[in-house]
Design a binder for this molecule. Structure first.
Ligand code: NAP
Length: 347
């Protein structure tokens, strides 16, 4: 087996495709032959600014899907030949072996899920980072503390009176958040551009409002009447979205707001509104935050199988291998709407 990677040699430079070391999986890892990788905003942010990089050259990429080709000695849940989707953890571990933009990636088995035969690699690959990010923000006790769904269990009907706002339901993270909350049985309100209203409802939102409408907070407040407010998750975390979420929570009597980004300037918070920002602390060398592992184990693969989880946003696929990754990064940098840019590495 020969490996090639798309290296980022320093910030502000284009990706460079070169031979790369073929990793041997650590005891708790699997080695995956990547068939498809997806591109996230963090990838172009790293390319532009060097943020989060401790050592150059760096291998970007968090979302991978492919076939298991080696398993570490402590791994019992996967075997060679399994079709899997996984979170490539370089962003956490700072190890080139764990970067996604290469032909072979080693990653913690706890951040891997089987893909049902009916789901293509290029579809499943849209999920890993978005699902992990939304899970941390929704389910960790220090964030919204919602009970995570388990795909094999029925959706709890008693939760329907509980309401959560997901701001930015057409984003990758927001799409995952809607699906997770809907599977947990909650009533979900969200905000999107009008063209994405049906998209958000298909994912399980009860109502979707235009975030550019000056009456958006009023509309959300009216839709929330009579419900028990669990809190809000701002999957966009711009100053404007954050301010609108704070206004909503204030209007409905207070609550907790969970954010995707840590560096957005916070407004003065009215009484009763609290903000928790960023992702939960990452624990353990063997694969990230416990709530991520739980969702990967109990929801990702099984949810794709039984339909509680859809591979959304839809993939916009660039065929042709590692050489298309820079073009993909440039597309994400320009901005996408209810789409995930995916590069097919092997057809
Ligand atoms: N902290 C973490 O671990 C972490 C992880 C992943 C992502 N993030 C960050 O979270 C943000 C979202 O990432 P992503 O991959 O989900 O983004 P994305 O899919 O690229 O987001 C694009 C979508 O955002 C929506 N949008 C843009 N501005 C909006 C606004 N003001 N209100 C509501 N929706 C808006 C658009 O919706 P319409 O098309 O409907 O207009 C568009 O569909 C990025 O800043 C990313 O870096 C952080």
């Amino acid at each position: 087996m020969e490996n090639k990677a798309a290296f980022l040699n320093s910030k502000g430079t284009p990706l460079s495709i070169q031979q790369a070391h073929l990793a041997q999986p650590e005891v708790h890892e699997v080695l995956i032959r990547n068939h498809a990788v997806a591109i996230n905003p963090v990838d172009y942010k790293i390319q532009d600014t060097g943020v989060l990089v401790c050592e150059w050259p760096y291998i970007l990429g968090e979302d991978i899907a492919g076939e298991v080709v080696e398993v570490g000695s402590a791994v019992t849940s996967f075997q060679k030949g399994d079709r899997v989707v996984a979170f490539a953890l370089n962003i956490v571990t700072q190890s080139q072996a764990n970067g996604g933009f290469q032909l072979y990636t080693a990653t913690a088995a706890s951040m891997v899920s089987l893909i049902p035969e009916k789901v293509a690699f290029t579809d499943a690959v849209v999920l890993p980072l978005g699902l992990a990010t939304a899970s941390g923000a929704l389910f960790s006790t220090e964030y919204l503390g919602i009970d995570p769904p388990r795909a094999a269990e029925p959706i709890p009907t008693e939760n329907k009176k509980k309401l959560v706002l997901i701001w930015g339901g057409a984003s990758s993270v927001g799409s995952c958040a809607i699906q997770l909350c809907a599977a947990a049985g909650l009533t979900v309100l969200t905000t999107v551009s009008p063209k994405n209203t049906n998209y958000a409802k298909d994912l399980g939102a009860a109502e979707a409002f235009d975030y550019n409408d000056s009456a958006v907070v009023k509309n959300l407040e009216e839709a929330a009447l009579g419900k028990e407010i669990i809190g809000a998750y701002d999957a966009i975390s711009s100053e404007a979205s954050l301010a609108a979420c704070v206004d909503f929570l204030h209007a409905v009597g207070g609550g907790k707001l969970s954010l995707t980004l840590t560096n957005t300037k916070l407004p003065d918070l009215p009484e009763g509104v609290t903000v928790v920002a960023g992702r939960p602390p990452l624990q353990g060398p063997d694969g990230g935050e416990p709530i991520w592992r739980q969702v990967y184990k109990d929801f990702l693969g099984a949810g794709l199988q039984n339909g509680k989880l859809k591979a959304k946003p839809d993939a916009f696929v660039l065929k042709g291998g590692l050489g298309r990754l820079q073009e993909g990064l440039d597309l994400v940098r320009t901005g996408v709407s209810a789409k995930k840019i995916v590069v097919e590495l092997m057809s």
